[in-house]
Structure formats: C-alpha cells, structure tokens
Design a protein around this ligand. Structure first.
Ligand code: SAM
Length: 281
C-alpha cells in the first residue's frame, strides 16, 4: 500500500509556532523532503529530530518529485516542509501534491503558520471575501497584465513581495489601481514585526524614506463598488480632451480625468490614444 505525503507547516519566524502534531509527524515519517535542507536541518536540530532529508526545490522539482513519488508508492511516508509556512502556497510543493494526487497517493495537511493568512487576519481590511495573488511576475508586461486583470476586483487581495521589489510594486499598484488602502505586514512573528496601515501613496512615501527590509506581505483593499465604470468610454475620452485643451500633457490629463471618470490613468491614456479620429456624429 502507498505511503502518505504529509504537508507540514513550519514557523514563519517564531519557532514557538510549531504545532505538536507537526513535531509528531516529522518524528514519525520515513523521510523529509525539504526546500532547503540547511534551513530545515536547523529546525529539526532545534527540536531534536533526526531524519533522512532529501532536497525538493524549484530547480530539481521534476526529478526529485519522481523519486519521492517512487518511494511513496513503495509504502514509505514523507513529510514535505518548506523554508517557512504552509507547503504548496507559493512554492513548488504544489507540483508534488499534484503528482501524488494523480498517482493515488494520500496527501494529508498538517496546518500551521501561513504568512498570507496571518497578514490578512491582522490587516483590519475585510476578510469575508479575499483572494491570494502570490508574487507578481518580474516581467513588466506580465505584471501590468496581471494588475489590469484585477483592477476591478472588489475582494481584499494578498500579495507576496521581495523587499528589493516592494517600492516598484507599490508604484505599479498606484499607477494601475489608483490610490487605496494598503497594509504592509513585515517580518510577521519575528522580533521586528511591523504592520503599516496606510494608503498606496503613503506607503510609497514611507519606503522612499526608509528602504524596505525583511519579508513582506501586502494586503490591498479591493476596488470600491462605486468605482465600477458608469461613464461610457467616449464620455471619459471627452473629459481627457477637456484637460488637453486646457494645455495639460496627455499623461497629466489622463491622471486628472481618472478621478472624475472611474477609469484608471492607464485606461484613459490608452482609450485616448486609440480613440476614433473622426467619431460618428
Ligand atoms: N509557503 C509560505 C507561507 O505559507 O507563507 C510562503 C512561501 S513564499 C516562497 C515566501 C514569501 O512569504 C516571502 O517572500 C514573503 O512575501 C512571505 N513571508 C514569509 N514569511 C514571512 C514573514 N515572517 N513575514 C512577512 N512575510 C513573510
């Protein structure tokens, strides 16, 4: 009979957050698959657990996943851990789970810390309906396409971001989604935990002064209902034209018109550039 793949959540900073059940499972399985074996070894040493470790990470997931599956099919049990948090959430664990599910191997979750859920819970933003957007693409084109696709999303949104990309990401949010409430959850559960509840423009001003350091979750308020566009596009283009006629650049006109029309600066810019030259009368 096939063994079991356990997805064991590990602390996202505070070792006190490990669960009894996580320790029981880590001590009881045949082997542990870890994202970074050095990181997991520290955790296991701290709790006095000795187990064979195999590496399972972004760049070896195909080959390593097959080897893990083979052992599971022979009846061994495996605990999958990542560097921090719940395996399979924004890490390659997702692929191993799919492989096991496709091959009839039982997958059991051992729940625990997850940066996204911890951030959402403390954010103070609506939690009844939310969506997880993970990391934005590093390609500007894909990032903008992602943001365009969610600009009317009314649920609270959760993003992961690396500190060196944070400022640019906040600037992209502001440009495409407009100014709105945001909560920056930094170094959750750690000594320097910090929750900054502000607006996108406020967060940009803050991090221009104090460059971001550490790990971040961004929790962003969804689009307000009234932001739903009611003005027909051709009317919105006329508002842009009005500002153009007053001598503003197209970029400025799109920005000014965005507050009146419910369309984003980018949308107005594109609508203006692509407007019919001789509109029907
Ligand atoms: N599977 C993990 C989980 O359940 O939270 C997330 C893995 S993802 C590769 C790592 C990202 O999670 C980081 O870049 C950061 O955005 C977020 N993160 C992890 N630990 C964090 C912490 N202590 N405080 C804030 N964000 C954290």
């Amino acid at each position: 009979m096939a063994g079991i793949l356990y997805l064991v959540a590990t602390p996202i900073g505070n070792l006190g957050d490990i669960s009894h059940r996580a320790l029981e499972v880590l001590s009881g399985v045949d082997f542990i698959a870890a994202e970074d074996t050095r990181v997991s070894l520290k955790l296991l040493n701290h709790f006095g657990i000795k187990k064979p470790l195999v590496s399972y990470y972004e760049h070896n997931r195909a080959a390593s996943g097959e080897r893990i599956l083979e052992r599971l099919l022979k009846g061994e049990s495996c605990a999958l851990v990542t560097d921090a948090g719940m395996p399979a959430i924004s890490d390659p664990g997702e692929d191993l789970v799919r492989l096991c599910v496709e091959n009839g191997v039982r997958v059991v979750g051992i729940p625990g810390p997850c940066a996204a859920i911890s951030a959402l819970a403390v954010s103070g933003l609506p939690t009844q309906r939310f969506c997880f957007e993970g990391f934005l693409s590093t390609s500007k084109k894909n990032r903008f396409a992602h943001l365009e696709a969610i600009k009317d999303e009314q649920r609270t949104m959760i993003f992961y971001e690396a500190p060196h990309k944070l400022l640019n990401t906040l600037r992209d949010f502001l440009e495409i989604l407009g100014d709105r409430e945001v909560v920056l959850c930094r170094e959750l559960t750690k000594l320097h935990e910090e929750i900054l509840r502000t607006t996108l423009s406020g967060a940009i001003a803050h991090y221009e002064e104090t460059p971001p350091k550490g790990e971040f979750v961004i929790v962003l308020r969804g689009a307000p209902e009234e932001r739903q566009k009611e003005m027909p596009p051709e009317e919105a283009v006329k508002v842009v034209d009005g500002y153009r006629n007053k001598g503003h650049s197209l970029k400025e006109s799109a920005k000014l018109a965005s507050e009146e029309t419910g369309y984003s600066k980018n949308e107005l810019y594109n609508m203006y550039v692509n407007r019919p030259v001789n509109p029907p009368v």
